[in-house]
Design a protein around this ligand. Structure first.
Ligand code: EPU
Length: 339
C-alpha cells in the first residue's frame, strides 16, 4: 500500500486547486480499499473518483482515498434479446466507458458522452445531459460500507434517484463507497434520443435523418466542446450550480417581467429554470476576477484560469448567488461539493 503524506491534490481535482491532504492513497482493488478503510490514518477519509465535482477551498484536515479500480465485464445474466448487463469498475473514466459502448454497439449512454468524472461517482448525483440521466441505464451498484466493510448491492429502486440526486447524497451520505456500477444497455434495437433541441439541430445541420449511436455521441461531443471548457485545458467542474426548481406561481410572476426566460416543466406544478440564463442576465457571463471566472460560452460553469485558489472561486460563486437572489428572488445552490 503506497500511502503518501502531506500530498497535493492538484492533479486529483478538475478545478486544478493546489491544496494538501495529510494522508493519501490510491486503491486499485476492493481488498486494498477495505484495508485502507480499516486503517486509523484513513478514518473519516474523503473518498474521491475523478475529482470533477468538487471545489477544494482549503487544505484538508482529512485523509483522501482515491478510487482507481479498473475493468469492464459483460455479465452472464439473461436479459432478453435486446439487452445486456455491463459491470464497470468505479475507477473507470466515464467517457472511456461511453466510448467503449459506442464502439461496441451498446446503446443507452451515448447522450452522456464527454461528461467528466468516473463511473463510481456517477450514481451519487445521478449525472445527466441531453435528455438522459444515469438512472435510465442503471441496473445496480456494488458498494462497501465504510465502517463494517460489508458489501451491499443497491438496485435501481434502492438508490432514490432524482434530479442530480440520490440516496448517496442524502440518507446514506458518506456511508458507502461505490466500487462498481452495472449498466443495462441495448444490443440491437436502440432507443435513439434526439428530442433535446441542440442534438436535433446538430444532426439536422449534418443531414443525418437516421442517426446511429456514434452519430448521437459525435453530436453531443460537438455540442459540449462548443460551450463547455475541457478541464485538462481550463480548470472547471462542469455546471457549478443546479438549475432551480420553482412552483408555477413563482414562475408566472417571473415571466411577466422576463418574457424570454427559458424553462422546463416538471410534473404538473413545478418548473425548472436554467441557472446559466439567470447568471448571464445577472451580468456575469465571461466575467473574470483575477484567475477565477465565469465561462464565456456557458455561464453555469466557473473556471480557474490557472492560479485561482478555491477560496477565490468560492467567493465568486457567493457573489453570483447573491446577485441572482437580488435580481430574480431565486436561490441557486451549488451542484459541486464544497470542501
Ligand atoms: N443559457 C443561457 N446562458 C448561459 C447558459 C445557458 O441563456 O450562459 C440558456 C440556454 O440558452 C438554454 C438554457 O439556458 O436555453 C439551458 O442551457 P443548456 O442546454 O446548456 O443546459 P443547462 O441547463 O445549462 C444542463 C446540465 C448540464 C448538461 C446540459 C445539457 C445542470 C445543472 N446542468 O445545463 O450538465 O450538460 O443541461 O443537458 O442540470 C454538468 O452537470 O456538469 C453539466 C454540464
Amino acid at each position: 500500500m503506497d500511502i503518501k503524506q502531506q500530498f497535493s491534490l492538484k492533479a486529483y481535482n478538475t478545478f486544478g486547486i493546489d491544496v494538501m491532504t495529510p494522508f493519501f492513497i490510491s486503491v486499485t482493488s476492493e481488498n486494498e480499499l477495505k484495508e485502507a478503510l480499516s486503517m486509523s490514518e484513513f478514518k473519516d477519509a474523503l473518498v474521491i473518483g475523478g475529482g470533477s465535482n468538487m471545489l477544494l477551498t482549503k487544505d484538508l484536515d482529512r485523509p483522501v482515498i482515491h478510487i482507481a479500480l479498473k475493468g469492464m465485464e459483460r455479465q452472464n445474466i439473461p436479459m432478453g434479446d435486446n439487452e445486456i448487463l455491463l459491470k464497470v469498475q468505479g475507477g473507470e473514466n466515464w467517457h472511456t466507458f461511453v466510448m467503449y459502448c459506442v464502439q461496441n454497439n451498446l446503446g443507452g449512454v451515448e447522450n452522456l458522452s464527454l461528461i467528466p468524472g468516473n463511473v463510481g461517482t456517477a450514481p451519487i448525483q445521478n449525472i445527466g445531459a441531453y435528455g438522459v440521466e444515469l438512472k435510465d441505464v442503471f441496473y445496480s451498484c456494488n458498494t462497501i460500507h465504510r465502517e463494517s466493510l460489508e458489501e451491499r448491492v443497491f438496485l435501481l429502486e434502492d438508490c432514490k434517484f432524482g434530479y442530480r440526486d440520490s440516496i448517496f447524497k442524502n440518507k446514506l451520505k458518506d456511508q458507502y463507497v461505490i466500487t462498481s456500477v452495472t449498466f443495462k444497455l441495448t444490443t440491437t434495437v436502440h432507443t435513439i434520443r434526439t428530442d433535446y433541441g441542440a442534438i436535433y439541430d446538430t444532426l439536422k445541420t449534418k443531414n443525418i435523418p437516421a442517426p446511429t449511436l456514434k452519430d448521437v455521441s459525435d453530436a453531443v461531443i460537438q455540442i459540449r466542446n462548443s460551450k463547455l471548457p475541457d478541464p485538462s485545458k481550463l480548470g472547471n467542474s462542469g455546471s457549478f450550480f443546479k438549475n432551480p426548481v420553482i412552483d408555477q406561481h413563482t414562475f408566472t410572476v417571473l415571466r411577466t417581467t422576463y418574457k424570454d426566460i427559458p424553462y422546463y416543466p416538471i410534473g404538473s406544478d413545478q418548473i425548472k429554470v436554467p441557472a446559466g440564463w439567470l447568471i448571464e442576465k445577472a451580468g456575469f457571463k465571461g466575467k473574470r476576477y483575477g484567475d477565477a471566472g465565469v465561462h464565456d460560452k456557458q455561464a453555469l460553469v466557473l473556471v480557474n484560469y490557472g492560479g485561482a485558489s478555491g477560496k477565490e472561486i468560492w467567493a465568486l460563486a457567493l457573489r453570483i448567488q447573491k446577485a441572482v437572489q437580488s435580481k430574480f428572488g431565486l436561490t441557486i445552490t451549488p451542484e459541486v461539493n464544497i470542501f
